[in-house]
Design a binder for this molecule. Structure first.
Ligand code: GLN
Length: 226
């Protein structure tokens, strides 16, 4: 006969940072967004229950290592630096870094133009790395994208560098901001797992390939980025 354990659905514990619309954000207190729906669809493929936890972005990989979560999906760029400590799936989204400025500010048109400016970045985001490599920039680090946007509105910084889609979102929600014409620094988002968690990595890879093949992924792209 079937035991209770055999009947219980597998649970997959997922970490995210719900301050990154449209990938992950809070709606009426619930965590939702492209990444979350993608993860839930992958859960259906695997017949597993997806349990999502919201935490600070820079706490995500430590939480993964400490086994508080088993999977991280957070618009996270698969960087060489991060690959030293975690495993990434195949990429699921190509993004870029853009510059947000006050409306009417025509002094910043490229990443080179950030020289000598006060630039807001989010601590530990790839934008932080990109901006920190430009000489002569006064880098101001914030704990969340929204804090950076507020600082820009209050003229405490001259620009904010952020991933393209969240940037578009914040510009839409906050009057008086615009995205500067800038050369996009491209990057790939992927799902992170512990390096030694081979079995789960394989399952997640398969599920990701499946949702890409069966049209679910395209439907979500259409819903969130059209
Ligand atoms: N893509 C950026 C990074 O990986 C930002 C991700 C995020 O804030 N959720 O650092």
């Amino acid at each position: 006969s079937l035991s209770a354990t055999a009947l219980a659905k597998e649970k997959i514990y997922v970490g995210t940072n719900a301050e990154f619309p449209p990938f992950e954000y809070l709606e009426k207190g619930e965590i939702t967004g492209f990444d979350i729906e993608l993860m839930n669809e992958m859960g259906k493929v695997l017949d597993a229950e997806i349990k999502v936890q919201d935490m600070a972005f820079d706490g995500l990989l430590p939480a993964l290592q400490m086994k508080k979560v088993d999977v991280v999906i957070a618009g996270m760029t698969a960087t060489e630096e991060r690959k030293k400590t975690v495993a990434f799936t195949q990429p699921y989204y190509t993004a870029s870094q853009v510059i947000i400025v006050k409306e009417g500010d025509n002094s910043i048109n490229s990443f080179d133009d950030l020289k000598g400016k006060r630039v807001g970045v989010m601590l530990g985001f790839t934008g932080d790395t990109v901006v920190s490599e430009i000489e002569g920039v006064k880098v101001e680090r914030f704990n969340a994208a929204y804090a950076g946007i507020m600082a820009l509105k209050a003229d405490k910084v001259d620009a904010v560098v952020l991933d393209s889609e969240p940037a578009k979102n914040y510009v839409k929600q906050n009057a008086g901001l615009q995205i500067a014409e800038a050369d996009a620094v491209q990057e790939e988002y992927a799902i992170a797992l512990r390096k030694n968690d081979r079995e789960l990595l394989e399952k997640i890879e398969k599920a990701l390939a499946e949702v890409k093949a069966n049209g679910t992924y395209d439907k979500l792209l259409e819903k969130y980025f059209n």
